[in-house]
Design a protein around this ligand. Structure first.
Ligand code: SF4
Ligand code: SF4
Length: 340
């Protein structure tokens, strides 16, 4: 794939990147092969995080000896300066590298903490890491637009990673994208397929391609999935009237019930695994009956403990009617799980 510039960093990246979280589900050797196979397709950047299980270790092994051919991005979710510093060194060790190309403030939450700015704060530690050559550029990921707009005001931030798909249009059609563009901040589109909730990958990519400044980061676990994405991207087909109608149908289906899986509503005091339950009926359209039963029996049982306290609603950046969604999905699952 032809490379493009990553904002004003001077780094050259493939127009699609790979999010590695899903390879953590594969046997170790296969996950290493997936990374190398994806590179053969022309993908040259990989996104991981300190919080993504052992994926930094897998990525580090896959890239041994070819580190200088790729761009590695990782994240720290630490909200304490000492832990943030430790995360940087741990990520370098786990990835078997001397530097991260981009280090993200994972979820951006730390930016709102008192320990972010000022002497000894998280930002200073991150900027020191840049000066020391451990990190080349800083970035943030976020699920809340107000937080992201604030994060764009940090002068040392060069890269943003935010949700972008034809359901989460608020990020691209609102204030965020123009501000990022005006400041030369590269925007990576996370959850381009709605976190796996939109199954028509081709449609998602065709939509995102209409925004030339967005660079999708796609979580895959098989080389064939990325090969298909690369094919769609390179074909560059325009959205057709049928595509627009299909987008409308999917938007209607997910509509005001579209949980982005961001996790901001957690933890629930009653232990309800909210995003899993909120999407039970959608999962049922996407997976085999056996898989749905296996995956949802326990979460749905836990969801019965919901007391409709509304704590999660206050925390959800998308104002979803979570208690109602939970009730609807419990009812759905009860019907779904009846013997055939
Ligand atoms: S409304 Fe239900 S799911 Fe939400 S926080 Fe309260 S108990 Fe948990
Ligand atoms: S319910 Fe809202 S806060 Fe919770 S995971 Fe879904 S989108 Fe995020």
């Amino acid at each position: 794939m032809d490379k493009i510039e990553l904002g004003s960093t001077g780094l050259e990246v493939s127009p699609l990147g790979m999010g590695v979280i899903q390879i953590g589900r594969r046997p170790w050797a296969e996950s290493v092969e997936v990374v190398r196979g994806v590179m053969d397709l022309g993908i040259n950047w990989f996104d991981t995080a300190r919080a993504y299980g052992d994926t930094e270790l897998r990525l580090g092994e896959a890239l041994l000896g070819i580190r200088n051919e790729v761009i590695i991005m990782s994240k720290s979710h630490a909200h304490e300066p000492d832990l943030f510093r430790t995360h940087i060194d741990e990520s370098l060790e786990r990835l078997q590298t001397d530097y991260l190309d981009v280090l993200f403030f994972h979820g951006g939450g730390a930016i709102e903490e008192g320990c972010f700015l000022g002497p000894g704060g998280i930002l200073e530690i991150a900027e020191d890491a840049v000066r020391a050559g451990k990190v080349r550029f800083l970035g943030f990921s976020a699920h809340r637009i107000e937080l992201a707009l604030k994060a764009l005001d940090i002068p040392s931030v060069s890269v943003a990673m935010v949700p972008a798909n034809f359901i989460s249009r608020e990020w691209i059609d609102g204030r965020f994208l123009p501000k990022a563009q005006a400041q030369g901040v590269a925007v990576l589109a996370m959850k381009p397929l709605g976190g796996g909730r939109i199954t028509n990958a081709e449609l998602c990519l065709k939509f995102l391609k209409t925004y030339p400044d967005l660079i999708p980061c796609i979580g895959i676990e098989r080389v064939s999935e990325m090969a298909q994405n690369v094919r769609v991207w390179e074909e560059g087909a325009l959205l057709t009237a049928d595509d627009l109608a299909e987008m409308e149908r999917i938007e209607e289906l997910l509509g005001d019930r579209f949980c982005r899986g961001c996790g901001y509503c957690q933890p629930c005091p009653q232990g309800v695994p909210i995003s899993t339950v909120a999407f039970a009926s959608i999962f049922a359209r996407q997976m085999t009956r056996e898989k749905v039963l296996e995956m949802l029996v326990e979460p749905v049982e836990q969801a019965r403990a919901c007391i409709e306290c509304g704590e999660c609603v206050d925390k959800c950046p998308y104002d979803l009617a979570i208690p109602e969604m939970i009730k609807e999905n419990i009812a759905f699952f009860e019907a779904f799980s009846q013997p055939l």
